[in-house]
Design a protein around this ligand. Structure first.
Ligand code: PRX
Length: 647
């Protein structure tokens, strides 16, 4: 293993971080490990506005998770929006809470904390009048407009449980989620705008809601285009929200009251609805936003993710607002109108903390440095990445060109399941290495194990497990706690198995190597191979399908599909047809890059598809197949190799 030199910690002038240097990190990590209850009770009381402050830390653990979800701060009560809004009114009422950059450069609006508080109260009153109350589920199917954040906060104000469905998902995928969580209300908008293109959100929502038991659909007007309308069910946002009172008494809930459900893909079956609860999640997102980014009062903080994913929940809305920060919401794409859009925004808004995904960094690096260097980026202090491993080339471009070698790069490793950052450099304290997620935050106890669950010590590569619950961890899968236990705790009992592989180097830095299960990560979108396969065989043309990921220069991973044609079908415009199918069943972001027609799939005698073989062939490493003697029909492999396409 080669030794990589770390970039020394940046200058920490002006920092008021609770973890200003590595000595402080070491102490905090040890304190949180030795006495987690005391550490997190103190942290939550400092960072969160409780109605009744909790006296209990963790209740339950990974050994008893099969009997019941563990809890944090169980005797505390609160309403999350008090932390995100009300408590800022006295000192930050006129500070910008949401800085909205619309699709067209320079368009958008600024919303102060006072205005946001008023709008959230109005939306809560409007939802309440539509019959939404504590515990009810509300689906949010929107683009990146401020009303999406208002909708989330309004649900939280009522104790209703929101579930955001990314605006790229298809009607079928949206319907599945409406049904799974039993949503009584859907919030959407007429049309979404992205990169100058129109996305027919209301029309898709209409198709998804058809025949379902949704009481109301609240519709934000973004473009004014004509949309279908179901009398009695559909209601315009501007009719009911603007007319409602700007005062609303926040509904106080228990710490473990569910805050939201977010569906995410796993290695098997349909996406599962992970449940995050109120007190612990808020503690974790507030604290990690503050610590990882060394967040400061005068920061202009920009996370350019989408609220449809966990990054948008934790690091556009809840974490930044709870800290009283100015948080940018971005409606467009990094390439609209050209590859300079991010840096144009940095110059115009004087952004200090910028957070994006490696896939965007790679795509922009390929467009040339001039798109970056023509803008003034001197305001930048911290640059974050999330969603997939960042290759050293992209890391260096981000560091050298975007950050002019004066910013700290925080490569934050975490997951929908973890609620917030887990393994990450802390700005400006951690000396960084290009491509390393580096060290665990306090409360995170990583362990590398081999396939048999044996602990690996010292420098090693293995499967990444975490040994102890932290406040932000998802508690269960909506309606299916058994699935939660099976997915995360059955492989290595007593440990949370992340699904990721990782390497620990001689300095103790963690390098995430990627998923070791059947989850693929395309352009930062997490998708299950099982979902693709289900989509492919839902048409008539394909009788069997197996989908694997392979390394892709820009997207991180590409999607390679092996398909067996049904009788009578030929390989005409197959890729186009199959992508049409994926788009209809999953969504516009689910695209296959390469399709190969095969006579059969390589299966063991018991009928299990040997994906290891398919992965190697897709990666162009057919020479390393190893033992194929357990296959029912080894000749299938020969024809697969012969017909392999370069991905
Ligand atoms: O494989 C890891 C990868 O993204 C997965 C989680 O995806 P999702 O739940 O959609 O959440 C993405 C946003 C947190 C992980 O299992 N991943 C996330 N961050 C990193 C990463 N891989 C390497 N380095 C990261 N910084």
């Amino acid at each position: 293993m080669s030794k990589t030199t770390a970039v020394p910690a940046r200058v920490s002038q002006g920092s008021t971080s609770p973890i200003p240097d590595m000595a402080a990190w070491r102490k905090a990590w040890m304190d949180a490990t030795d006495n987690p209850n005391q550490f997190w009770l103190e942290a939550t009381q400092e960072h969160v506005a409780w109605e009744t402050a909790p006296t209990q830390g963790l209740d339950g653990d990974y050994d008893s998770v099969g009997e019941a979800p563990f809890k944090w701060f169980a005797d505390g009560t609160l309403n999350l929006t008090v932390s995100c809004l009300d408590r800022h009114l006295a000192d930050r009422g006129d500070k910008v809470a949401i800085l909205w950059e619309a699709d067209e450069p320079g368009e958008g609006r600024s919303i102060t904390y006072r205005e946001l508080h008023a709008e959230v109260c109005q939306a809560a009153n409007a939802l309440s009048a539509l019959g939404v109350g504590k515990g009810d589920r509300v689906i949010v199917y929107m683009g990146m407009v401020p009303e999406a954040a208002v909708a989330m906060l309004a649900c939280a104000r009522l104790g209703a449980v929101h579930s955001i469905v990314f605006g790229g998902f298809s009607a079928e995928a949206l319907r599945d989620r409406i049904v799974d969580c039993g949503a009584k209300c859907v919030i959407t908008q007429d049309i979404g705008l992205r990169g100058g293109r129109k996305i027919r959100l209301k029309a898709v929502a209409d198709e998804a809601m058809a025949g379902q038991d949704v009481d109301h659909c609240l519709v934000v007007r973004r473009t004014g285009d004509d949309v279908g309308w179901t009398q009695g069910r559909d209601v315009w946002w501007h009719d009911v929200v603007s007319a409602a009172s700007t005062e609303h008494d926040a509904v106080i809930v228990d710490a473990e009251h569910p805050l939201f459900i977010l569906y995410t893909s796993g290695s098997t079956g349909t996406p599962k609805g992970l449940v995050h609860t109120t007190g612990g999640y808020l503690t974790w997102t507030t604290w990690t936003t503050r610590v990882t980014f060394d967040l400061r009062e005068d920061d202009v903080y920009a996370c350019v993710a989408d609220v449809g994913w966990i990054t948008g929940h934790s690091y556009i809305v809840y974490g930044p607002l709870s800290n009283g920060a100015t948080s940018l919401m971005f409606e467009s794409t990094p390439l609209y109108p050209d590859a300079g859009r991010y840096w144009d925004m940095v110059e115009r808004h004087k952004i200090t903390v910028f957070y994006t995904a490696p896939t965007a960094i790679r795509a922009l690096a390929a467009c040339g440095d001039e798109f970056v260097t023509k803008y003034d980026r001197s305001s930048l202090r911290v640059l974050g990445t999330v969603g997939e491993p960042i290759n050293p080339g992209a890391w260096h471009w981000y560091f050298d060109v975007v950050g002019d070698k004066h910013c700290t790069i925080v490569d934050t490793w975490w997951q929908t399941e973890t609620g917030g950052h887990c393994i990450t450099p802390i700005a400006p304290a951690t000396p960084t290495k290009a491509g390393a997620a580096s060290f665990p935050l306090p409360g995170i106890l990583p362990q590398l194990v081999d396939a048999n669950g044996r602990q690996l010590v010292g420098p090693a590569q293995g499967l990444l497990c975490l040994l102890h619950p932290w406040p932000g961890q998802a508690r269960t899968v909506w309606g299916d706690h058994e699935r939660y236990v099976d997915t995360y705790f059955s492989m290595f009992p007593g440990k949370y198995f992340t699904g990721d592989g990782a390497r620990r180097d001689e300095d103790g830095y963690y390098w995430i190597t990627g998923r070791v299960d059947d989850v693929i990560n395309v352009s930062g979108h997490r998708m299950g191979t099982a979902e693709f396969e289900a989509a492919l065989i839902s048409g008539d043309a394909i009788s069997e399908a197996a989908v694997v990921g392979y390394p892709h220069e820009i997207k991180g991973q590409g999607v390679y599909a092996y398909v067996v044609l049904a009788g009578g079908f030929t390989d005409g415009d197959l890729l186009k047809d199959l992508n049409g199918l994926c788009r209809r069943v999953i969504g516009a972001h689910a695209r296959i890059d390469t399709v190969q027609v095969v006579p059969g799939l390589p299966k063991t005698r018991s009928g299990k598809v040997m994906r290891r073989i398919l992965r190697k062939v897709a990666e162009g490493r057919a020479g390393e197949l190893g033992d194929v003697s357990t296959l029912a029909d080894p000749t299938v492999v020969e024809s697969i190799i012969a017909g392999a396409k370069s991905g």
